[in-house]
Design a protein around this ligand. Structure first.
Ligand code: UD1
Ligand code: UDP
Length: 360
């Protein structure tokens, strides 16, 4: 089976490393993978570092389409991915998550009638204003194999009429879709790399902070409101690896952050894991980092109004504060670690499961 994998953004380098390694180490599946990087993320510490650290080859193809306006960069990606698909004639195109690169890969493949495998299918924030929600909904509806990280994601698909072909008697579907729970590929990554992480941090007694989502960066009011909260929490120490998008706005708008907030450049996955393991708690608007907080048993305050990872909120490990200054401060001051720690994201065999289903 020949597959093309489309990646473009930081979390996709981490997710794809797991499956690429599995395919490489398990030749008996007979999967040949070509990895195409759209170019969406391109800085050394947003791109190269991940391949070096994880010791996997750089993508065969780099389309070098840097992130820009959504329509323009997604359109450019579609055109060039289409050329690659025509040239390479894959049996399937595999995409991850919900970025513009995900949607571009799905649209290019679908127009050429190449079946799509979507890893991290079925997640919903129910906020169509988010670019990620648009990307993931469209990708799910175009996909043939939908790999859901958990039951909640599968149920979201069911509500949209996307069901496995074996269940067609429950809800008729004209498409021959394979919809199933694979577990979460980032959970696989956390288990695999934790034992291999050469990094250690001497930082102690701190909170880890990340901010990059459009709703908190394009919206200056939200970013200021979050920064006000962190500034007020001056009896705590924060470490803040700053996404380039956020850094640009902090500089442009001259937003000041106090000395108890240590701003650093984006770090590699290993260093991030070391920080996540060492911190007291995490404040973030990232999707992946909310889960990593749980993997490493750290309480999390999510700087958004909603989350796709609802089970974390239901289990008490995640508090949604939005960008509201008072809510953030209250959430931080009232953090606690729940006693229950259920298994929410599978058994760490997501990559094998995906290969089994694809080659069935
Ligand atoms: C993208 C995804 C988001 C994901 C995030 C992971 C979309 C719509 N958004 O958001 O879902 O959570 O990646 O990090 O696909 N930039 C650089 N250097 C880089 C990359 C980005 O300077 O290597 C700056 C550029 O100014 C760029 C801006 O960041 O315009 C935004 O990048 P973009 O990829 O559009 O969005 P992200 O916020 O990274
Ligand atoms: N990450 C990293 N370095 C950083 C920030 C994040 O390696 O400086 C990792 C993080 O551990 C997680 C992934 O990037 O595995 C999450 O990516 P991000 O927050 O950019 O995107 P999202 O998950 O929100 O799409």
């Amino acid at each position: 089976m020949n597959i093309i994998t489309i990646i473009g953004a930081r979390p996709q380098f981490i997710k794809s490393s797991v499956l690429s390694r599995f395919i490489h180490e398990n030749k008996s599946f007979g999967i040949n993978e070509v990895v195409i990087h759209t170019g969406q993320h391109y800085d050394k510490n947003m791109y190269d570092v991940f391949f070096k650290e994880m010791n996997i080859p750089m993508p065969e193809v780099d389309l070098k389409i840097k992130s820009g306006n959504h329509g323009k960069s997604t359109g450019l990606m579609i055109g060039q991915i289409e050329d690659e698909i025509i040239k390479r004639k894959p049996d399937a195109v595999l995409v991850y998550g919900d970025t513009n690169s995900t949607l571009a890969g799905a649209l290019a493949a679908s127009k050429l009638h190449i079946p799509i495998a979507h890893v991290e299918a079925g997640l919903r924030s129910f906020m169509m204003i988010m670019p990620e929600e648009q990307n993931r909904r469209l990708t799910d509806h175009l996909s043939t194999w939908l790999f859901c990280p958990n039951r909640n994601a599968l149920d979201n698909l069911r509500h949209e009429g996307i069901v496995d072909h074996n269940e067609a008697n429950i809800k008729p579907s004209s498409d021959n879709k394979s919809v199933s729970i694979s577990g979460d590929i980032m959970y696989d990554a956390s288990l695999y790399y934790r034992t291999k992480n050469p990094f250690h941090t001497d930082e102690k007694d701190f909170f880890l902070l990340t901010i990059h989502r459009a709703e908190n960066t394009d919206n200056e009011k939200n970013l200021i409101s979050i920064c006000n909260a962190i500034n007020e929490l001056s009896s705590y120490k924060f470490i803040f690896p700053v996404h380039p998008r956020t850094m640009k706005i902090i500089k442009d708008k001259k937003i000041s952050l106090s000395h108890h907030i240590k701003m650093i450049n984006p770090v590699g996955y290993f260093e991030m894991m070391a920080l996540e393991l060492a911190c007291n708690a995490i404040l973030t608007d990232s999707g992946g980092i909310q889960k990593e907080a749980y993997f490493y048993k750290k309480p999390c305050v999510t700087l958004r109004e909603s989350t796709e990872w609802v089970e974390l909120v239901e289990e008490g490990w995640n508090i949604l504060s939005g960008a509201d200054t008072e809510k953030i401060i209250n959430a931080v001051k009232n953090l606690s670690i729940p006693s229950k720690y259920p298994s929410l994201y599978g058994d760490g065999n997501c990559a094998k499961y995906i290969c089994d289903i694809l080659t069935k």
